[in-house]
Ligand binder design. Structure first.
Ligand code: PLP
Length: 322
């Protein structure tokens, strides 16, 4: 079935400006065109916001839109906000409800990307975190595959991942994405699809906007959450699917040169989904073709996110009445 297939990137959808439809802002649904901020906004000047990226998948057979891991994303948003001393005056449950209402109001019937954003909205010159007004917005845009889900060529970036005591990676801080943008932009300019970033200690951290998994000798290996990575929600989904597929998982530091001898490599993330890597720094990964562990996990994942695997139905929140 085309929907569940492992496809190639649909670039243009990621490049369309998001100006139409309704969003959630100031405690209510409003046209996106009216949800604007002033140029003196603290978050715009200092990068003091935190955000989420959530996907919703359209199931045409059930005419249903399923939000993937909605609660987990809002729980993480609230943790990010806590690190930035921000006030989120809603429970995760309430934020999921508002997201459902916003998507239904827009009558979206396709794959969507949802962007919740909490930011320091005070229009003040003041470097700091305390005593500043916060605002929260949730908007959405249609989005297919953000990057190709197989055949990626990646490079180890000369840009290093920011450390926890510089800007914490476990908080999804808007300003911190300059680090990701520098790495991703350089990788693209050099002819690669994505950058792999090393931490300050030289170990592998993650992709510019994804976590990294490696297969060595049949075991799935990924870096620990103390390796300056975002605590990925898809990463957790991979752990669960791996357990169900009887694939052993090891969480431990990864050396750069292990990438050059790995049997398989793939990225995980809401945006990238599960994306197989076939080359690192122009060296083939394994035999240079998609590997069996990656393919098995991808097949399971792409069925799960559309509600086609009963084992993972609890990952999904339906938007329309069932
Ligand atoms: C830096 C970074 N690492 C990892 C991920 C993957 O996280 P998740 O699976 O929760 O989307 C993301 C976001 O997608 C990210 O921006």
């Amino acid at each position: 079935m085309a929907e569940a297939s492992i496809g190639s990137a649909e670039g243009p959808s990621a490049r369309k400006e998001i100006v139409e439809g309704y969003c959630f802002f100031k405690g209510r649904l409003m046209p996106l065109a009216e949800a604007t901020v002033g140029v003196a906004t603290h978050a715009l000047n200092y990068g003091t916001g935190c955000f989420e990226g959530i996907r919703a998948y359209w199931n045409s057979r059930e005419t249903q839109l399923y939000i993937l891991k909605a609660h987990e994303h809002f729980d993480r948003l609230r943790r990010s906000a806590r690190i930035l001393k921000m006030d989120v005056p809603y429970t995760s449950e309430e934020l999921v409800d508002w997201t459902v209402r916003m998507l239904a109001h827009n009558e979206f019937h396709e794959d969507m990307y949802i962007r919740p954003l909490v930011f320091k909205s005070a229009q003040l010159i003041k470097v700091g975190l305390s005593g500043l007004r916060d605002d929260l917005a949730i908007f959405a845009t249609p989005l297919g595959n953000y990057v190709a889900t197989q055949g990626l060529q990646v490079t180890v970036s000369s840009w290093q991942r920011i450390a926890d005591n510089i800007i914490p990676s476990r908080a999804k801080v808007t300003g911190a994405y300059v680090n990701a943008a520098l790495a991703s932009d350089q990788a693209t300019a050099d002819g690669y699809d994505e950058a792999i970033m090393l931490g300050q200690d030289g170990h592998v951290a993650e992709g510019s906007s994804s976590n990294l998994f490696m297969v060595r000798d049949g075991r799935l290996v990924t870096a620990p959450i103390t390796a300056d990575i975002l605590e990925g929600i898809t990463r957790e989904a991979v752990f669960q699917m791996a357990a169900d597929l009887n694939i052993a998982v090891e969480v431990r530091p990864i050396d750069r040169t292990e990438l050059y001898v790995a049997d398989e490599l793939f990225l995980s993330g809401t945006g990238v989904q599960l994306a197989g890597i076939v080359g690192v720094d122009r060296r083939p990964v394994g035999d240079g073709r998609p590997g069996p562990v990656t393919t098995a996990l991808q097949t399971t994942y792409f069925r799960a996110v559309r509600g086609e695997d009963p084992r993972y139905r609890n990952w999904l929140t339906p938007v329309y009445p069932q």
